[in-house]
Structure formats: C-alpha cells, structure tokens
Design a binder for this molecule. Structure first.
Ligand SMILES: Cc1cc2nc3c(=O)[nH]c(=O)nc-3n(C[C@H](O)[C@H](O)[C@H](O)COP(=O)(O)O)c2cc1C
Length: 306
C-alpha cells in the first residue's frame, strides 16, 4: 500500500497535492463538480484588509504554454472572508490555508490577528510577499531579507498555526530570502509565485494586459519553479511547497526530487478544476509502478548518492 501522506509542522496532509492561491477561488465554487476533500489542501485567494476590485481588464491572456495575469489581488476583504467563508471551511475535511496579502507590515498583522481571534478551522496561513501585479502587493517585502525577517517574526509571535511564506522568483537570490523567513520562524516556504512577463499585440501595437507587465504562470515556468525549489532546498531545513506549471504526477515528482515536500497546482485548474484529484490518482500509480512505499522518500532525492 502506497503512503502519500505528508506532515508539515503538526499538520497532516493525506497527500502532497494542494491547489494554489488565486486559481481555485475560495474553494467553494467547484464543490458540485469536484470533491475538494480529496485534495491535500486548498490555499485560498489572497485576502487583503479591505475588499479590492483588482486591476482593470484585460487582465489575463494566454501565451505559449503559459498564462499572463494581472488580476491585482481582487478579493472580498477580511471581514467577508470571516463571515462568509470560514463557516464553509468548518464543514470541509481537508486543510484550508488562508493566503494573506498586504501593503504594509501592519496590514498583514491586522489581518492575521483578526482571523486568529475568530477561527480554529484554518490549518494555517500562506503569506504572499510575492505579488508582482500591484504596486504595493507585498513584493517589496519579498525582495528584501530584512523586511522578510521582520514580517515573519511579527506574524510568528501571533500564531501557532502553520505559517508559510510564499516567495517570488523575481529576485536575485531567492535562497537568502528563504533563509530570512526560516530565521524569522516560518514552518515552510512556498515557491514560486508568477514570473514577470509581458505580451504585446503586433497588429494593434498595444499591450495585451492593461497593466503592461504581468505575471506568467503555467507549464512555461515549471523549470523556473523547479530550479528555485532546488536552490531553496540547499539553503533551509524547513519544508518547501513547490509551485509552477504542474499539470501531471510526473511534474509533481520532478518538484519532489528537487526538494519539495508538497506542491500546489495553479493555472491547470482553469482548464479542469478536477486536475488536482487526477494528479493524486496518477501519483499513487507512479509510486506503485516505481516501488515507492512512501512519497516522502522522493523529497530531495535528486541529491542522493547511488
Ligand atoms: C489568475 C491567477 C491569479 C493568482 N492569484 C494569486 C493570489 O491571489 N495570491 C497568490 O499568492 N498567488 C496568486 N497566483 C499565483 C499562483 O498561486 C501560483 O503561484 C502561480 O500561478 C504559479 O503556479 P502555476 O504555474 O501552477 O499557475 C495567481 C495565479 C493566477 C494564474
């Protein structure tokens, strides 16, 4: 019998496949079509203190093997998240991780404190310090070790739940940012958020996305994600959650071998919201075929000597 379960801090996951923030809504839109309880977990859309409309359209365009987006953190704000979403999460039998975004240290703190005071149903928080699409979307933290350390320490003081920092690939040295987060006391690192990209229509000579620069996701960025996980694995002793371009169990295995303990599926959900569950099934088959009794054996195994 294959064991797909993993543990991060004291949180048990039935399998290592989660769905990524912003690509699965609040987790409640597809529950007629998909049994979300079979997922390892759901990371919900970034929540800010106040509701946000996000950026004007057009804010999504397809590119070869990829998707460019500049949604700009459209979300319902923390108060509606507490009143409308948390009661739904209480009924779920999977891990729900709240993704938080902010434009200042205080905004992140206020959101976390507000939710900590109300809910026991969340497994933890993923802190988005990596949104490339809004001027103050946290990326100023995600490119600076000192700010990452300061933010992590402040949040750590305020919660015993799972605390995860989500990092950007749009930096010179992601490993040093990961180390700063580890020093500040996070339980895991998520990597990566989208890669800065741009697309221009040669006919109209106009940019295809309203904001011009936007975030590239999908299979096009998988090698970037895998490389970043590989670099972070060498730098820290905490678990890594690999993200970027995953569409199959083979992709998951690639991330695990590079050093990820778990993964998140993002853009692929737009084509098929049931893809995460299919991947879990394929992962089980992979392990059977390759005589892998526990998925945990694969983590970082690219480094193992024969
Ligand atoms: C349309 C869209 C919206 C996203 N919104 C968020 C978000 O609100 N917060 C966040 O941390 N990441 C967000 N992301 C980034 C994804 O969670 C993920 O890190 C990235 O897309 C790479 O994974 P993928 O290639 O599997 O999509 C978004 C991505 C897309 C495509």
């Amino acid at each position: 019998m294959v064991d797909l379960s993993i543990k991060i801090k004291n949180v048990e996951f039935s399998n290592p496949v989660l769905v990524a923030s912003g690509t699965f809504g609040y987790g409640n839109e597809v529950n007629e079509l998909v049994d979300v309880n079979r997922l390892g977990g759901i990371v919900t859309k970034s929540i800010t203190l106040h509701p946000r409309e996000g950026n004007p359209p057009p804010r999504m365009v397809e590119t070869p093997s990829g998707l460019l987006n500049s949604i700009g953190l459209a979300n319902i704000g923390v108060e509606r998240y507490i009143s409308e979403m948390l009661p739904y999460y209480e009924e779920l039998d999977t891990n729900v991780i709240m993704n938080i975004a902010g434009s200042s240290l205080q905004e992140y703190i206020t959101i976390l404190e507000r939710v900590e005071g109300t809910s026991n149903y969340l497994s933890g928080y993923e802190i988005n310090i990596s949104c490339p699409n809004v001027e103050k979307g946290g990326l100023e933290f995600g490119v600076d070790c000192d700010l990452t350390l300061a933010l992590t320490k402040e949040l750590r003081k305020r919660t015993d739940k799972l605390l995860i920092m989500k990092l950007s690939p749009n930096v010179t040295d992601i490993a040093s940012i990961a180390k700063a987060a580890e020093l500040g006391g996070v339980d895991a690192i998520s990597a990566i958020n989208t890669v800065v990209g741009m697309s221009i229509n040669p006919q109209t000579r106009k940019q295809n996305i309203f904001t011009g620069l936007s975030g590239l996701s999908g299979p096009a960025i998988r090698p970037v994600g895998v490389a970043n996980v590989y670099k972070i694995f060498d730098a820290v002793d905490i678990p890594i959650i690999g993200i970027g371009g995953i569409t199959s169990a083979d992709d998951v295995v690639e991330y695990l071998l590079a050093g990820a303990t778990a993964v998140q599926v993002g853009t692929a959900n737009f084509r098929d919201p049931g893809i995460g569950i299919q991947i879990i099934k394929q992962l089980f088959e992979y392990c059977e075929e390759h005589n892998v009794p526990s998925i945990r054996e694969l983590v970082g195994a690219i480094r193992d000597e024969d």
